[in-house]
Design a protein around this ligand. Structure first.
Ligand code: NOJ
Ligand code: CA
Length: 495
């Protein structure tokens, strides 16, 4: 039962599907939409309430589809629009909602708007950010200058990511109108919402371009090229439009770890939630950091997105758990009992480890490839270039899942995920309850979730993750569920 005043997405566990590597239906080695459809029963059985599909639109695939060349179609390697419609219907029939990734900060340089803008066609002249001369020192988030010369127009255009991802000019009102048409197309199909890619990076303020970003410790601090004056107004316009359709979820990726900045994009006519990286991006397991972030986000009024893995990160099983299943159980326990909106990443329930990068051929990701090429140009050896690129590459969590290899065993991690998902569904306090006491004592993390009818106390003994290399220890995880009168009603032993 969904409680009054809370929205479906606050009560839902999401599952991120990185389309190229989730499930391949036709044996060409590439995940596709019919493949996703074939896993709907699996997701339903696990108890997932919604999926987030990463971009599946036509694209030159320089940044694996985050370089869209047509927002109204499906890339042929993933299927057809009819496949999308079938998938959406199958998901909805199974009670699973679908949100799709929407990349509105930039398009592919293969998009017809960009091609026409390069030709200086009047309608498209100001669709992108063009300058006669490079106006500032801004660097791309991937590598090198964010300005690229275009021979056709004899001007420089701005790209915050790869040079094949030209940033749209959001100070041109025509862009908002174009984007509304894109959103309308997918809303009319019946999608349940959007994940807006790097939405705080929209370029909305011409004046900001006159200011250089500062440098610190030899690298650029991205100050003026994000969170510009006017971004929130643009987000508000998008939100108002999306919410003319009832019951839609607008999630925005916020590339910033400042809590007030994150908070400023949510609520009151803005985003329904921010996909923020404060917890997720933890490089090494650190429960003190976890507890500190949980407290800080709560104090800042943020309902956080809960995840430790995504297609942009190394997998939590390798990065944080030392590939120890017992440790993976503890992370699952946290993700599914903490306050916020959980976003599981495909395969973490199996659990899957990172894909290994053995040679430069394994570098598919643009960021990793640029890093590799840059070092070769600087005269470094292939070995040195590979070592450097491996730190930047985002290929680790993008390997195609071979579902035939993963048979389920009793007591498996997947079973635990299933159990926790059920528990979360059954207990309003776990889904939307406030935090009560929160305490970290050594490796023991204790927190209370207080709902309208019940209080749930969760104790997670993270000592296991602290001794990852030593293998399973005697860690116990207890989850106590108490009735409203404070009496212990049920004690479940989960690990
Ligand atoms: C965030 C996406 O998650 C990432 O994969 C992509 O490279 C950038 N946005 C640029 O679109
Ligand atoms: Ca395929």
């Amino acid at each position: 039962m969904m409680e009054e005043n809370s929205k479906w997405f606050e009560n839902t566990v999401f599952y991120e599907i990185y389309v190229p590597s989730f499930c391949d239906s036709n044996g060409d080695g590439i995940g596709d939409l019919p493949g996703v459809e074939s896993k709907i029963d699996y997701l339903k059985e696990m108890g997932v309430g919604a999926v987030w599909l990463t971009p599946f639109y036509p694209s030159p695939l320089v940044d694996n589809g985050y370089d869209v060349s047509d927002y109204f179609a499906v890339h042929e390697r993933y299927g057809t629009i009819a496949d999308f419609d079938r998938l959406l219907e199958a998901a909805h029939n199974a009670g699973i909602r679908v949100i799709v990734d929407m990349v509105l900060n930039h398009t592919s340089t293969g998009h017809e708007w960009f091609l026409k803008s390069c030709e200086n066609q009047e309608k498209y002249r100001d669709y992108y950010i063009w300058r006669e001369k490079i106006p500032n020192n801004w660097e791309s988030f991937f590598d090198g200058s964010a300005w690229e010369y275009n021979e056709g127009r004899h001007m420089y255009y701005y790209h915050a990511f790869s040079r094949e991802q030209a940033c749209l000019n959001w100070s041109n009102p025509a862009i908002l109108e174009e984007c509304k048409e894109i959103l309308r197309f997918w809303l009319d199909k019946g999608v349940d919402g959007f994940r807006l890619d790097v939405i705080n990076f929209l370029k909305t303020d011409k004046a900001a371009f006159t200011r250089d970003n500062p440098c610190e410790d030899g690298s650029q601090k991205h100050i003026y090229d994000k969170n510009q004056k006017g971004v929130r107004e643009a987000v508000a316009e998008l939100s108002a439009f999306v919410h003319t359709y009832p019951d839609k979820f607008l999630l925005g990726e916020i590339g910033d770890d400042d809590l007030q900045t994150i908070q400023s994009y949510t609520g009151c006519g803005l985003l329904d939630a921010a996909f923020n990286f404060n917890l997720g991006s933890m490089e090494k397991w650190d429960e003190a950091y976890l507890a500190e972030q949980v407290l800080a986000m709560d104090a800042a009024g943020i309902n956080p997105t809960l995840f430790f893995s995504s297609h942009d990160m190394r997998r939590q099983f390798s990065r944080l758990c030392g590939e120890n299943v017992e440790a993976a159980k503890l992370l699952a326990l946290f993700l599914l009992t903490a306050k916020g909106i959980p976003f599981l990443y495909q395969g973490e329930e199996i659990p899957l480890a990172d894909t290994r990068i053995k040679s430069s051929r394994d570098l598919q990701d643009a960021q990793g490839r640029y890093a590799y090429e840059k070092l070769l140009l600087l005269g470094k050896t292939e070995e040195e270039a590979l070592r450097y690129a491996k730190e930047r590459a985002r290929d680790y969590a993008r390997g195609l899942i071979d579902w035939k290899l993963h048979r389920e065993e009793e007591g498996s991690l997947k079973e635990l995920y299933q159990g926790l998902l059920m528990l979360r569904r059954e207990h309003e306090a776990l889904r939307t309850g406030k935090y009560g006491n929160i305490a970290l004592n050594g490796h023991l993390f204790y927190f209370e979730r207080i709902g309208r009818q019940e209080k749930i106390a969760v104790t997670i003994d993270f000592s296991l993750t602290g001794m990852i290399s030593e293998g399973p220890g005697g860690s116990t995880v207890l989850l106590e569920i108490m009735g409203g009168n404070g009496c212990t009603g049920l004690v479940e032993r989960l690990a």
